[in-house]
Design a protein around this ligand. Structure first.
Ligand code: ADP
Length: 827
């Protein structure tokens, strides 16, 4: 994404560098050009000054030649014999030239003839001139002169010398180019200066301009030229120099070194334009480029933005884009489409390769669709990815490029429709289930849309209203269905309470409970339930209800009676309990009161029987005394039993337990009962293994054993057998008394163990007893925490077993006040 931006930045940098380099190079070129201009301007100035110097030198030479001509003419005139005045006239004639200030004729041995202004030291001047080449010399001194000399061959054979003195300032006139013209002598001293100026300062003219005189002369000797660097004050000047053709004199022409300011300014402006013009143009181009780049950047950013939005939208919508070039059969798919098909990212591939990504059956379909699309048709196809549970809807159309017409390229989107497919499937399944559920309903069902058009119905609906199959169609109007169903409805009964539902009586005798309810979307649901049975039952129910009401009234009356009975029962019970308690108290008191006289009866009857105080006289008395003793004993035992029983019933009997050996107790009891057994010729024996110690009340245990064993002996006829057994049980011991006696009828067994219960039958009639023994034994066993059980077969024998736990659980608040009762009873 950064590519174009970086490219642009690099380009603008390059352009900037180019701009700088261009400005540098172009500046350098302009600068060189200016230098050249400057140099050529300088050379021009030098040329001008050189030319000016040469010109001035030429004019000075011309004037000197003129003087020389006049000198020659005078000399030739003098070579003839002339008198002195004539000679003087000839000399004066020389001075007629405007350049000549004075003339002199130097004759040997005579005073010189002079005319005009002459230097004071004439002789020296003549020497200088005659000594110098070309007979010309420049003389300096208080007044500068140029001296020309010419030999004069006199007629008498002698040689005189004719001298002409020229005023240097007359000789020199400046040329246009030179601002200053200077005439110097051979050494370089100033002879004349034009324009006039006092000859002052440096003795040598060159030094006056800041130059080396020798250099200037050398330049003049070499044919003339010019040199820059001369100065006038601060101003640089060019000095041209030329040597006179035929005299050892030099002419300096000094002029300005600089260019013409206006021309130079114009040059400068021109070059500045030449430099800045393209530079500004380039900068302007650069700025335009930058602006363009900025605009491009913005456009690119916008494009990038919109592309990103487009991509986000496409990806967000689980879409991809595909592009199929039909000419080259190349396919391009975007990232998101590629991912749908199981590829990592966007890819270009051949059409055949692309088809390989789709399931086998979809390949030819897509190929056909693509071919059809080349004939300007749209593609819209759902295809499945190969080996993936992904469904994709490919939609596209031919792309017309530059009016080339469709058919060459197809572009389209690919939408992931897997979820939709799944949802469709689920909807279908749900619909199927719904239909099945509706069909299995025992009620009729019909659904109408908000415009009361039939949407759904079940078989029961058709069945109730006797509508043939195919007569109903989705979209049928409610009224039409109603009209079709009306024929099978005999009557409609509306209910006041429920406006939405009513009962219908059908022609075939069936009854319907029909209800219509609004759905949330404004539709209507009609449900009809067959209530024929209900209607029938309704009648029965009414009868039943009537009967029920009667029964209820009767019941109400009965329950009143029961309540009253219960009340009286409760009162009776209270009374009975009261009576029972009084009975127990009475019995206890009675027993106690009876025992005292009984003891006297038993004691005295025994004494009488044993005739302790002397014989009774008659055997009958002894026999009666024995009867009294026996009856008294029985009575005492009965009273004891009653006492014990009533104590137990009153809850006042408590045990005094201690660890004991049950075998020892069994042995004692066998000894006690043994005598009676022997009397009846009964076999009595104990069959006990090793019995463990148990915690029990020894007297109670003995009483239980004695009761059971006495009963066994009592109810076993002569020659019978009584066996006492003992076993160790899980938590204690089991003791058993088995006999071969008269037995007890099965129906009598439940009654036994209750106080005063005796079995009256032909066997037992002959036996004495109180009916308390078993009850007492049972109670005592239960007081120990054991159980008593009677097994008996009438006529065969009886086995009574009981258990005694190994340890006793001591009840809290155990008192010992009445412990003696058990003891007494045992005695
Ligand atoms: P009783 O003093 O009458 O023996 P019990 O309470 O000891 O009083 O016995 C109640 C009744 O149970 C007896 O009258 C008898 O009918 C019956 N009975 C008790 N033990 C035996 C037995 N071993 N064989 C037959 N009947 C028995």
């Amino acid at each position: 994404m950064d590519g174009p931006a970086t490219g642009r930045a690099r380009l603008s940098r390059l352009v900037l560098i180019f701009l700088v380099v261009f400005a540098g190079v172009f500046g350098a070129v302009i600068w060189a050009k200016l230098q050249m201009e400057w140099t050529s301007a300088r050379a021009e100035a030098e040329n001008r000054q050189a030319r000016s110097a040469a010109f001035i030198a030429e004019s000075v030479s011309g004037r000197l030649s003129e003087i020389r001509g006049a000198l020659g003419f005078a000399a030739s005139s003098l070579s003839r014999p002339v008198d002195e005045p004539e000679q003087l006239a000839i000399v004066q004639a020389i001075t007629a030239s405007s350049y000549v200030s004075g003339a002199a004729l130097w004759l040997p041995d005579s005073a010189p003839l002079t005319a005009g202004r002459l230097p004071s030291d004439l002789a020296a001047a003549a020497d200088a001139a005659l000594g110098g080449p070309q007979w010309v010399a420049g003389i300096t001194g208080e007044s500068a002169h140029v001296v020309l000399a010419a030999p004069v061959p006199l007629p008498d054979g002698r040689v005189g010398t004719l001298l002409a003195f020229a005023s240097p300032s007359e000789l020199v006139s400046a040329d246009g180019a030179a601002r200053i013209a200077v005439l110097t002598d051979a050494v370089g001293r100033t002879l004349a200066l034009y324009p006039e100026a006092p000859v002052s300062g440096a003795p040598l003219a060159a030094e006056r301009f800041g130059l080396q005189s020798a250099d200037v002369r050398a330049l003049g000797d070499s044919g003339g030229g010019a040199m820059t660097g001369a100065r006038l004050g601060e101003t640089e000047q060019v000095l041209g120099v030329a040597r006179l053709r035929d005299a050892p004199l030099y002419v300096y022409a000094v002029g300005p070194a600089g260019l013409d300011a206006v021309a130079w300014n114009m040059t400068l402006i021109f070059h500045a334009l030449l430099f800045f013009g393209p530079l500004f143009t380039a900068i302007a181009f650069y700025v335009v480029l930058l602006m363009q780049t900025g605009a491009l950047k913005k456009a690119e950013a916008r494009l990038h933005d919109s592309e990103r939005r487009f991509r986000l939208a496409i990806e967000g919508a689980r879409c991809g884009v595909w592009d199929w070039d039909l000419e080259t059969d190349a396919v391009f798919i975007t990232d998101s489409f590629a991912r749908m098909l199981g590829l990592a990212d966007a890819a270009s591939m051949s059409g055949a390769d692309f088809l390989q990504l789709l399931s086998n059956e979809d390949r030819s379909r897509l190929r056909t669709a693509i071919r059809a699309a080349s004939r300007a048709e749209e593609v819209d196809l759902e295809v499945r990815a190969q080996n993936l549970a992904v469904w994709v809807q490919m939609r596209g159309r031919p792309l017309a490029i530059d009016g080339a017409g469709p058919g060459r390229r197809l572009v389209g989107v690919a939408i992931d429709v897997t979820e939709r497919k799944g949802a469709q499937k689920r909807v279908l399944a749900a619909e199927t289930r719904l239909r099945a559920a509706l069909e299995s309903m025992t009620e009729s069902f019909a659904l109408w849309d908000s415009r009361r058009r039939l949407v759904l119905w079940n078989r029961k609906f058709r069945d109730f209203f006797n509508l043939p199959e195919g007569s109903l169609r989705p979209g049928m109007a409610y009224e039409a269905v109603e009209a079709a169903a009306a024929g099978s409805i005999a009557d409609v009964h509306t209910s006041e309470n429920d406006g939405d539902s009513y009962q219908m009586e059908l022609n075939d005798g069936r009854w319907l409970h029909y209800s219509e309810r609004q759905t949330a979307d404004g539709g209507l649901v009609s449900v009809g339930a067959d209530i024929t049975l209900l209607k029938q039952q309704e009648g029965e129910l009414r009868d039943n209800q009537e009967r029920l009401r009667q029964s209820y009234n009767e019941l109400e009356a009965s329950s009143q009676q029961i309540r009253e009975l219960a009340k009286s029962h409760h009162e009776e019970k209270l009374r009975a309990e009261e009576a029972n308690r009084s009975k127990s108290e009475f019995l206890a008191n009675m027993s106690h009161e009876l025992r005292t006289p009984l003891n006297a009866i038993i004691g005295f009857s025994e004494m009488m029987q044993k005739q302790i105080f002397g014989p009774l006289g008659h055997d009958r008395y002894i026999e009666y005394a024995g009867d009294i003793h026996n009856s008294g004993g029985l009575l005492l035992s009965l009273i004891n039993d009653i006492l014990d029983m009533s104590k137990i019933e009153a809850g006042k009997l408590t045990l005094q337990t201690e660890p004991l050996d049950p075998a020892a107790i069994i042995e004692q009891c066998i000894r006690i009962v043994g005598a009676r057994a022997q009397e009846k010729n009964l076999q009595l024996r104990a069959e006990c293994g090793d019995l463990p110690e148990v915690e029990a009340d020894p007297r109670a245990l003995k009483q239980i054993m004695l009761n059971l064993m006495s009963n066994a002996v009592k109810f076993t006829p002569d020659g019978g057998r009584v066996i006492v057994r003992g076993f160790e049980a899980a938590d204690g011991i089991v003791l058993q008394v088995a006999d071969t006696g008269i037995g007890i009828a099965e129906e009598d067994l439940p009654r036994l163990g209750r106080p005063f219960e005796q079995i009256e039958n032909q066997h037992s009639k002959s036996y004495q007893g109180s009916g308390l023994g078993l009850a007492l034994s049972k109670s005592l066993v239960e007081l120990h925490g054991g159980e008593l059980r009677i097994d008996s077969v009438l006529g065969k024998g009886t086995t009574i077993s009981f258990t005694i736990p190994r340890h006793q659980v001591q009840p809290e608040g155990n008192g010992h006040d009445d412990a003696g009762a058990v003891t007494e009873a045992a005695e």
